[in-house]
Design a protein around this ligand. Structure first.
Ligand SMILES: Nc1ncnc2c1ncn2[C@@H]1O[C@H](COP(=O)(O)OP(=O)(O)OP(=O)(O)O)[C@@H](O)[C@H]1O
Length: 301
């Protein structure tokens, strides 16, 4: 396991930011921590990195107790709203991170070149940080997080404020990190993005974990098929379909089930009545629905 935590709690004064969160993240792959603003995502990551002092914390990072210095050296971090000294160039920021990691100079230089190239900053690496766009700042932030070849990388809202093209590229970088065998832990409130990149997700809300699982399983749980007819459905057919417990609209029938065969009886019945079929499509619960349902359940509780 890359991360195992049990009952992680954090209070800021009287405010409970994390109320006993347990979580395990296996090595290799992308883990997405989702949650609305203020859910406690950043606090969780900062607790694991010992940047805030949790009120209660038990667990391991890369197999060693949280806070172990040798382990922290194997961890990369892109903070949310990262701010680096704005008079430094991108290259100097990456170099500064290499220095903090006490890397051998030759190795650091080789990785610096490779990473600046990979994040698309090779030609702008010698411009000063304050002249960079938000997207360029995030790219440099990612390069500095990876310079010491970490096994585990925390990216806190990596695409925040980045334009659509930049987002696609950051997603590609995350996929490359995964392909290299790293464990990538992404904090985000951008559900569709996490859906595309994470193997597993957890949803944090009000300092509590309200849902977790493999991304595919969470979205597969409620697959249905929708059949649309050309023109309105005949009355008797509607009644017959409703009797089956299917969701019937003016020109549509929705049948729950994972495999396409579940719609066969609908197709047969429509054909028998010479009703033409306009379309058949699969409807899958999006991660956004999973997220909203989990958050609503939490609020109702
Ligand atoms: N240093 C602090 N002092 C007091 N309260 C804090 C502090 N840091 C965070 N909080 C509060 O703890 C809660 C969780 O904050 P956190 O930043 O972890 O949430 P988040 O899920 O990362 O949200 P966002 O996506 O908005 O960054 C929020 O209500 C926040 O106001």
């Amino acid at each position: 396991m890359a991360i195992e935590i049990e009952s992680l709690a954090k209070r800021y004064g009287r405010f409970e930011a994390l109320a006993g969160v347990s979580l395990s993240v296996k090595s290799g792959g992308v883990f997405g921590l989702l949650g609305p603003n203020g859910a406690g995502k950043s606090t969780l990551v900062k607790s694991l990195l010992t940047l805030v002092r949790p009120s209660r914390c038990q667990g391991t990072l890369l197999g060693r107790p949280i806070g172990h210095r040798a382990t922290l050296a194997k961890v990369g971090y892109l903070p949310e709203h990262a701010r680096f000294p704005d008079y430094l160039t991108g290259r100097q920021i990456v170099r500064m991170s290499a220095g903090l990691s006490q890397m051998a100079r030759k190795l650091a230089l080789a990785r610096e070149e490779m990473l600046l190239e990979r994040v698309g900053m090779a030609t702008r690496a010698d411009d000063v940080y304050r002249h960079y766009s938000k997207g360029m700042r995030q790219r440099i932030g990612i390069a500095q997080a990876l310079i010491h070849d970490p096994q585990l990388v925390f990216l806190d809202e990596p695409t925040d404020g980045v334009d659509p093209q930049g987002r696609v590229e950051i997603r590609r970088m995350i996929e490359e990190m995964k392909a290299e065998g790293r464990t990538v832990f992404v904090n985000s409130h951008l559900l569709d993005e996490v859906e595309q990149v994470a193997d597993e997700v957890a949803i944090l809300c009000g300092g509590r974990m309200v849902e977790r699982g493999r991304t595919a399983d969470l979205t597969r749980r409620e697959v249905s098929f929708v059949v649309r007819s050309q023109g309105p459905l005949p009355f008797e057919l509607k009644a017959a379909f409703e009797k089956e417990g299917w969701l019937v609209g003016a020109d549509s029938i929705e049948v729950r089930g994972e495999a396409a065969e579940v719609v066969q009886p609908v197709i047969d019945a429509l054909r028998a009545r010479n009703v033409s079929i306009r379309e058949i499509r699969e409807s899958r619960r999006s991660l956004e629905q999973v997220f909203l349902e989990a958050v609503n359940r939490k609020e109702e509780a």
